[in-house]
Write a protein that binds this ligand. Sequence first.
Ligand code: BGC
Length: 765
Amino acid sequence: MSQLTMSEKVGLVTGSYGSGPILPCVGTLAAIERLNYTGLCMSDGPNGVNRQDSVSVFASGITVAATWDRRLIYERGLALGEEFRMKGVHVLLGYVNDSALHSQILDSQPCRPSTGPMGRHPRGGRGWEGFGPDPYLAGVAMNESVTGIEATGVQTSSKHYIGNEQETQRNPSTKDDGTVIEAISANIDDRTLHELYLWPFANAVRAGTASVMCAYSRFDQTYSCASSEILSTILKEELAFPGYVVSDFGATHSTVDFAEGGLDMEMPGNVTAAGFPCYFGDKLLEAVQANKVSEERLEDMARRVMTPYFRLHQDKDFPEIDPATGPVLFVTQLGHVQVPSMAGMFTEVPALDVRADHARGIRELGAAGTVLLKNVNGTLPLTNQTSFALFGNGLPDPTVGSAYVPAAEDVPEGFEFGTLDIGGGSGSVRHTNLVSPLEAIRTKVKALGGRVQLLFDNNEIAAGRFTTIYPTPQVCLLFLKAWATEGADRPDLNLQWNATKAVESTAALCPNTIVVTHGPGVVLMPWADNENVTAILAAHYPGEEIGNSITDVLWGTVEPSGRLPYSIPKDEADAGPPILVVPENTTDPGAWTEDFVEGQMIDYRYFDANSGKEPLYEFGYGLSYTEFDMEPGLNVQLMGGSLNQRVNKSMGIAPGGMVDLWTNVAVVTVNVTNTGGRAGSAVPQLYVSLPQDTTSPGTPVKVLRGFNKLHLRKGETKQATFELLRRDLSYWDVQEKEWVIPRGQITLLSGFSSKDLRANTTISV
Ligand code: BGC
């Protein structure tokens, strides 16, 4: 720090075109050559190296959450980190609760609408990028992802902080008369903020996330990237976050308020071609010189940016950026057509292939994140059938090519024909390899000596035009899909392309109809009870091995060990608060304001709180090819012999918050037995029910606070162990502004889903 000039410090906190070996990445910090500082290259995103070639397309966040498997999540993080590192990318933008847009670097329009969600609205366009609406499960996934990625020396940026739950109006817009209509404001009460939306970020900070990306949207009427409440007070003081806050791209709207509010780095910064005004750079320098932003604050910003660079040894042996980065981004991906001035600026060079053997792990995780929702009379796994119908537009390779990054407004429904292994926007990844379900299943059936009959057009299927089908197949496999992308919220929760009718008419033809869905999370299944639909698999967005992963599950080479990381409601009325839409003719700059009045009651917490409401399939649910049982009694061991209500402050504070919050206060165990006919994985879950009478109103009936994934041989019994931390038994006391374990009886419940509870006990303070 002592060697840096003031303008170098400003350079450390403002994106630019870069220099030296660093070609323009999606976000770039210039090198400081005299000090051998290489600068930083940032790239999206959570599911693979975005806008690059010769990279792997990994499973999306929601698939990852559906595995409930810490090992797989960590290993995905490691493999992701390796690919970013080999490409020379210092910072992976994203865990997690969302992601972004393709053409912003060169886009001449100012901001586009779009967000970063937990899943308050299942229709949110980016829910698939994150780990679903349960903070505990998302927190575990954050921890494993950040740890895995950073073990490779790559920085993570956890995003989008915070409450960026819908794409619609995620950014401000300007009316013809110049009136600025501000971005949506998420008004979240303090308790809900702490117990729901902030929770996974605390895990990320504790795991060492290098940076946090503040959201486009507003929080409590102030832009997230300028909110001293959420950035300075909560993130940096309460959670003791030592890294830097980077703005989402174009989310900075002024200099002093944002710098003083707690923003540490502006992106994309001083890159005029990006079409965003730059508020740091020279303007920040002037503000510091004029004492409008203190020099200490600038020092703090620069130090925060430098810290992870040195902590992760990025000053030593970090690979140079792949020379194909520029060509892929500016020529191939965006094309001369959109940006004629870029034609010829980059020469095509072969991309460095960084995929190694990652396809193996992608295949494994894709299967492990597949949830078996229905399986009548052991329909699955398939056995010795030889005659198959392969129906549905989700089967073949996409007819639009293999990079799904077009802006949402161009393709509101995605593309019609082709498998969907990932969503769109900045969280998407260009495919170098893709194994479609058609390819994998056809290969499998051929090897078994069987035949397949094909019909991809959902409209033909829906209309019942099965004239080409003879004989009637023994098994009809129907592949349906739902598209989701950054930049727009989903129009509804249905599978697309006439899917409902396609199921009905396939089922009318075929008494053994198996439906496979590929989608971003919640999709409605009004046909689930149709008796000719004998099996349903929710396969999410599993990444490039999509065909192999599903084939492994269908034939039982691998069990479907996923469990729902969300609830599937019977209809949209029970799918969370609606997306806020303000009439276009509004002239009120603050019209886009959303009070999160439901508090914590989203997903299973909503169903628990409304006893008359039943989901179709509940959070935590998923069948196996075997059966499991659980002993009715839970054993609890309190670590200190008893529980103190209050945090022991003398233990101090460290990244993640008060150290004592992370103390293991109780260990709960229960025996689980495989009572079925083959080996399989059980996912015993632990829920905590805090007393209603000694907590403030708004306490959920129960919350997930532990899970195991136990592989059990036929007949085998194993012990599930849940370690409860102090924070797992605490609620956020808004008066005292601290976590407190409530007085009275706390009930612990364990089972195989949020509704299938088999064992319980109580503890008390
Ligand atoms: C997205 C971010 C992304 C950034 C850079 C934004 O539009 O919201 O998630 O990291 O673009 O591509």
